[in-house]
Design a protein around this ligand. Structure first.
Ligand SMILES: [Fe+2]
Length: 480
């Protein structure tokens, strides 16, 4: 194992508290000195809960949340009611060169610096932009992916010991990225994804069949420039994306300034395109921004889209620790394909983010949405975060919250279907929790009874920092 020197992270608000990286890769089984299970683990699930997130490996010069930091996967494998944990960095080509040279060789996305000769001689990419593969982790077509929206996906081995860039047999070309938020259609198993470029058409939907083979490219005409389009949603026969006025600003980034610009006097435009292809239909809505969808579905000529609404897009360069201080709520947007009408309503008043639903219902009618929730004021706690998990009943408009306790940090709640039931509410939710008194654990909740709290906890001896996206890798074991 490479020995890492202590870092001075005092200048970086988003590397404090439970945002700070862990410097070791650990492996734990159940037993003394290892994992401790409280409650009863589900015995009928086989697979792995994996979560990706930024975890700087070497002293950074600059740090922008939420785009910088080397990807690290925290994984809990389930089989026969037993669990195994491991955390591993995503072994990208950038990570491997920095391990060899024992230092950071690339700058931040908010302050890139020229790549030096020693790095290039060691086989490092001369481009100042690094692909940290830090945003999402997903299983599709038998391949385990680490995803970052401004770069190629990486295929990892099931035990996380290797990672290789993957361009879908030449589909992706240098400089392109594949979104970190593709959706797997609950009906067909297709992966609906996108590539984004700095030249027209700026945004192209990419559809892969159930096995991962490329099926179709659909350029989205009507965008006048590249924007921060972070997520996308399947709605029955259609695909929906939000084109908010959040734009990358490379020139500003090269000067160490905010790498994104928010032009709040422009409307947020929404595109809808048929999955078979054709020209998109555009809608216009009062300005808003969203990082994440919850789900969407189609009913006749109407599309219903549930998502986390926020007023504008903040990034840490401008706002220091205040990236989360602006309210965000669950909303339902309705698009009338016939009349062009757009309506939007708030589903709940609780601050929420990282919204999810039963993936078997992705793009289809569904009832329950889930999200990380915060009921403490941001900034009041030195280790502020999402202290709860919330479940929304989209049919009744009611929500149920479980509060892990003051100062706790809970992550994205992933729905794991119960293999013995088609019902959403019979599944499980899993999320990592960092509790100031109880320690770190994987929380397992009943999807239909979130208000009763975890039915089981898997306590982990090492720390799991706050991170981004997680998924359930159904059927995956350490060996494949
Ligand atoms: Fe995201």
């Amino acid at each position: 194992m490479v020995t890492r020197p202590e870092m001075d992270l005092s200048r970086f608000p988003y590397l404090q508290g439970n945002y700070a990286p862990v410097l070791e890769e650990s492996t734990f089984d159940e037993g003394e000195g290892g994992l401790r299970v409280e409650g009863k683990l589900p015995e009928n699930i086989t697979g792995a809960f994996m979560r990706n997130g930024p975890n700087v490996a070497w002293q950074p010069d600059h740090y922008v949340y939420p785009v910088d930091g080397d990807g690290m996967i925290h994984a809990v494998y389930f089989k026969d009611g037993r669990v195994h944990y491991r955390n591993r960095w995503v072994r990208t080509q950038w990570f491997k060169v920095e391990e060899q040279l024992k230092r950071a060789c690339w700058g931040s996305h908010g302050k890139p610096f020229p790549v030096d000769e020693e790095t290039i001689a060691a086989g490092g990419s001369p481009s100042p932009m690094k692909n940290p593969a830090n945003t999402n982790v997903l299983l599709h077509g038998g391949k385990l992916f680490a995803l970052f929206e401004a770069g190629f996906p990486h295929i990892m081995s099931p035990d996380l010991s290797s990672a290789d860039e993957y361009n879908y047999d030449g589909l992706l070309t240098a400089g392109e990225g594949l979104t970190a938020h593709p959706k797997i259609c609950g009906r067909t198993g297709e992966l609906i994804s996108n590539t984004q470029t700095f030249t027209p058409p700026y945004f192209t939907v990419q559809i892969f069949d159930k096995s991962g083979a490329h099926k179709r490219s659909i350029p989205i005409h009507g965008m006048h420039r590249r924007a921060m389009v972070h997520d996308m949603q399947i709605c029955g026969d259609y695909i929906v994306g939000f084109f908010a006025p959040a734009f990358p600003d490379i020139e500003a980034a090269m000067k160490g300034k905010n790498p994104f610009v928010w032009e709040g006097d422009r409307a947020t435009r929404i595109f809808v395109v048929h999955r078979d292809g054709g020209e998109p239909q555009w809608f216009e809505a009062p300005t808003f921004f969203s990082w994440h969808f919850c789900n969407g579905f189609q009913s006749g000529q109407k599309l219903y889209i549930d998502y986390v609404w926020m007023k504008s897009m903040p990034v840490s360069n401008d706002l220091g620790t205040g990236v989360e201080s602006q309210m965000r709520n669950m909303h339902r947007l309705t698009l009338d394909l016939k009349s062009g009408a757009v309506t939007d309503e708030k589903v709940g008043a609780t601050y929420c983010e990282f919204s999810r639903s039963d993936d078997r219902r992705c793009g289809q009618p569904y009832r329950y949405g889930f999200a990380a929730a915060a009921t403490e004021a941001w900034g009041e706690s030195p280790n502020h975060g999402y202290n709860g998990t919330i479940a929304y009943d989209m049919d009744t408009g009611k929500s149920t919250l479980w509060d892990y306790g003051a100062g706790a940090n809970a992550g994205e709640p992933v729905h794991i279907p119960n293999p013995d039931s088609e019902n959403e509410e019979d599944g499980y939710l899993m999320t990592y929790v960092n509790h100031p008194k109880e320690g770190r654990y994987l929380a397992i909740l009943s999807a239909g009874n979130v208000g009763s709290g975890p039915i089981a906890k898997v306590y982990i001896p090492s720390r799991v920092p706050n991170g981004f996206h997680a998924n359930w890798m159904n059927g995956l074991t350490l060996n494949g």
